[in-house]
Design a protein around this ligand. Structure first.
Ligand SMILES: *Cc1c(COP(=O)(O)O)cnc(C)c1O
Length: 370
């Protein structure tokens, strides 16, 4: 049996007719940039997130960057985020000339450690970027309390967490969050895409300028912006897919429950905790074990594709050398990078495939326990 980590063809096959109709509509209309489908999708996506506004952008990375700019984060300001995330969460801070201040993660959920944030706050701290990692909310109660106390901006990296909830509230829990529509995300387009969602009218209006060369009226530019729009075609596809997102997230949760149930008695597997009151949407299903690399090779030989999220924490990336971090700075993130492995996870995975993955895992740990 061959099982891909994410199989996008399966979903495309199911919705082929509808999606082609959506694409034909946009082609016929030929308003490829800032067409009416973009505004439509922005309205729907804001509503889905329980927020007043959404602004479509080129990627999740740009949504984070533009959020920082919109809140006035500038050169020399410090922005706190977590070492255990995708590189661009921290890259955007450096990109705009601010100082990325990394902190470690909680050992149980692997999301950003609130006590570590508190210790990292200085007079220069302007913002915090918590990450809703793997599809579950970070510890937002603690983070928002800290932010309020110290008058710091919070921008939630929700790029893996479309529809995730904390205490029944959809993320972002605070004022503003960034999403990615990269093809493999819970809501993914046919290329790069992203969005910022916010409850602040001021941030919303600033972002409309920032993503469009600083302009809202053609050839009149009120500020130095960047060019980062969500294509009409992507917006139209995402608008169609958004209708299925809740159902897909439910299936992801069901797949996760099957994995939980079938793997719980295997000696050698350690699970990632799900925080209390969290509705996890399982962008990724991650387990931990000591013989991770050996396990990955074994699964591969059995036809099962897995991915490591992430093999090198941000503070040890070559691209972050100039910030002077070293091995040992963030032990939880470092340990995670050596032990985590993400199992196949997508809504269209079959029960028989999940069973197969679990039986191969069982066989591996029987042969080489611990
Ligand atoms: C995917 C992702 C991003 C970046 O999104 P892009 O659309 O690929 O730019 C940022 N942060 C996290 C946690 C992500 O998973």
């Amino acid at each position: 049996m061959q099982i891909q980590f994410v199989n996008l063809q399966r979903q495309n096959k199911i919705y082929r007719k509808e999606i082609i109709k959506v694409i034909s509509g946009v082609v016929k209309e030929a308003k490829f940039v800032m067409g009416p489908e973009l505004t439509k999708f922005e309205k729907s996506f804001a509503k889905f997130c329980g927020k007043k506004y959404a602004v479509g952008m080129n990627s999740g990375t740009d949504a984070l960057k533009i959020a920082l700019l919109a809140y006035g984060v500038r050169e020399g300001d410090e922005v706190i985020t977590v070492a255990n995330s995708y590189f661009s969460t921290a890259m955007v801070i450096a990109e705009i000339g601010a100082v990325p201040v990394l902190v470690d993660a909680y050992p149980d959920t692997l999301t950003i450690d609130v006590n570590a944030i508190e210790r990292a706050i200085t007079k220069k701290t302007k913002a915090i970027i918590p990450v809703h990692l793997y599809g579950q909310s970070a510890d937002m109660d603690g983070i928002l309390r800290l932010a309020k106390k110290h008058n710091i901006v919070v921008i939630e990296d929700a790029c893996q967490a479309h529809g995730a909830m904390h205490k029944g509230r959809v993320v972002p829990i605070g004022e503003t969050g960034a999403f990615s529509f990269y093809p493999g995300k819970n809501l993914g387009g046919f290329g790069d895409g992203g969005a910022l969602v916010t409850d602040s009218k001021k941030i919303y209006e600033t972002c409309l300028y920032l993503r469009n060369d600083g302009s809202l009226e053609k050839y009149f530019h009120n500020m130095i912006g960047i060019k980062s729009r969500l294509d009409t075609l992507q917006a139209a596809i995402l608008q169609f897919k958004l209708r299925h997102l809740d159902e897909w997230n439910k299936r992801r949760r069901q797949v996760a429950r099957m994995y939980d149930e079938k793997l719980k008695n295997i000696n050698g597997i350690e699970f990632i905790d799900v925080g209390r009151d969290n509705y996890h949407v399982y962008h990724l299903y991650v387990i931990r074990c000591n013989k991770r690399d050996e396990l990955q090779r074994y699964l591969k030989k059995s036809g099962i594709q897995t991915v490591i999220h992430y093999p090198l924490p941000i503070h040890l990336q070559k691209g972050f050398k100039k910030f002077g971090y070293k091995k040992g700075d963030f032990p939880v993130s470092e340990k995670a990078s050596e032990t985590v492995i993400s199992l196949p996870m997508f809504p269209e995975i079959k029960d028989s495939e999940i069973n197969y993955v679990c039986s191969v895992l069982d066989r591996f740990f029987r042969k080489s326990p611990k």
